[in-house]
Ligand binder design. Structure first.
Ligand SMILES: Nc1ncnc2c1ncn2[C@@H]1O[C@H](COP(=O)(O)OP(=O)(O)OP(=O)(O)O)[C@@H](O)[C@H]1O
Length: 263
C-alpha cells in the first residue's frame, strides 16, 4: 500500500520510535498538563541547529497557538516533538499512561488505494475504537464536514480543501487527549472553518488539549488561550494575548501588530 508524501500521516500515537513518552509523573504543579515539551535544540542534519530553547506546556482544554513568520521553526518544532527529526535533543511527555494524541499534518497524507471511509476505518482500528463507536462517529463527521457523498471515493480525486477535511476528520474520529494540528485553515472554505472550530471547541470542553500552528492570526487571536511566538528558531514571546502585548509594548495591539513588532 503506497502512502503519499513521506511518513508522517495517520499517526496513531502508538509507534515505538515516538519521542513522546506515555507516562507523566505528576506532582502538584503538573496537574492538568496533557503535553509537556522541552526542546533543547533540533535540526535536519548533524550540527545544523534550526530551533533551540523551545519549551511549552498544554493543559487540559487549552488551545495553545504556535505562531511565527515563514521559516521561523513552527513545523520543525512539531516534527521534533513527534520524533521525526533525527538530530534532536528534546523531551516530550503526554499527561498520563493511557493518554493518546492525534497529529493533523499541514500537507494531507493518504493512501492512494483507500477510500475516505476506509481511511476512517483504518484510523479507528489503529486506535482500537469499537466498530459501533467508529461507525456512529464517522457517520456524524461525514455529515458535519459535508463529505457524505464522497465517502466511497478515493482522496486522490479530492480538492485541496476536501483532503484537508479528511485529515481533520481522522483526528476528530479518535477523540485523543491531545491534538497537534499544523496549519489547519489553509484550503478550508468559511463553512468548513466554522465546522472545524465548532468541533474543536467541543473537544476542548471534553478536556482535550490542542497545540495548533497557524498563520491566520485574526482567528488565532479569537480562539487561542495562549501563544508561543517563534522567530528565528527561538521563542520571541509567549503567554496570553495580554502578555504578548506587554512584550511588544503595544497595550491595545492586535496579535498581528504584536507579531509584526516582535518579529
Ligand atoms: N526538510 C528540511 N531540511 C532542511 N532544512 C529545513 C527543512 N524543513 C525546514 N527547514 C529549515 O528549517 C527552518 C525552519 O523551517 P520550518 O519549516 O520549521 O518553518 P515554519 O515556521 O514552519 O515556516 P512556514 O510558516 O513557512 O511553514 C527554515 O530555515 C527552513 O529552511
Amino acid at each position: 500500500m503506497e502512502q503519499t508524501e513521506g511518513s508522517e500521516g495517520l499517526r496513531t500515537g502508538k509507534r515505538k520510535e515516538d519521542l513522546i513518552s506515555k507516562y507523566y509523573e505528576e506532582d502538584e504543579d503538573d496537574e492538568g498538563i496533557v503535553l509537556d515539551v522541552v526542546i533543547e535544540e533540533a535540526g535536519y542534519e548533524a550540527g545544523d541547529i534550526r530551533i533551540s530553547g523551545i519549551s511549552f506546556q498544554v493543559r487540559k482544554g487549552e488551545l495553545l497557538g504556535l505562531i511565527g513568520p515563514n521559516g521561523a521553526g513552527k513545523s520543525t518544532t512539531i516534527k521534533t516533538l513527534l520524533g521525526l527529526l533525527k538530530h534532536a535533543k528534546a523531551r516530550v511527555k503526554l499527561g498520563g499512561e493511557n493518554q493518546s494524541y492525534a497529529y493533523v499534518p499541514e500537507q494531507p497524507v493518504f493512501y492512494e488505494d483507500l477510500t475516505l471511509w476506509e481511511h476512517l476505518d483504518l484510523a479507528a482500528a489503529a486506535y482500537g475504537l469499537s466498530y459501533e463507536t467508529f461507525e456512529s462517529t464517522a457517520e456524524k463527521l461525514l455529515v458535519q464536514f459535508g463529505m457524505t457523498n464522497v465517502r466511497n471515493d478515493l482522496p486522490a480525486g479530492f480538492s485541496k480543501g476536501m483532503k484537508q477535511k479528511m485529515m481533520l476528520m481522522l483526528g476528530f474520529l479518535v477523540q485523543p487527549d491531545v491534538y497537534i494540528v499544523d496549519e489547519p485553515f489553509i484550503g478550508l472554505d468559511p463553512r468548513a472553518t466554522k465546522d472545524f472550530l465548532r468541533l474543536l471547541e467541543a473537544e476542548r470542553e471534553r478536556g482535550a488539549g490542542v497545540l495548533m500552528s497557524t498563520h491566520v492570526l485574526d482567528t488565532a487571536e479569537r480562539i487561542c488561550d495562549n501563544f508561543v511566538l517563534i522567530s528565528g528558531g527561538r521563542i520571541a514571546a509567549e503567554g496570553t494575548l495580554e502578555a504578548i502585548r506587554v512584550e511588544a509594548g503595544l497595550p491595545e495591539g492586535s496579535l498581528f501588530d504584536c507579531f509584526d513588532e516582535l518579529t
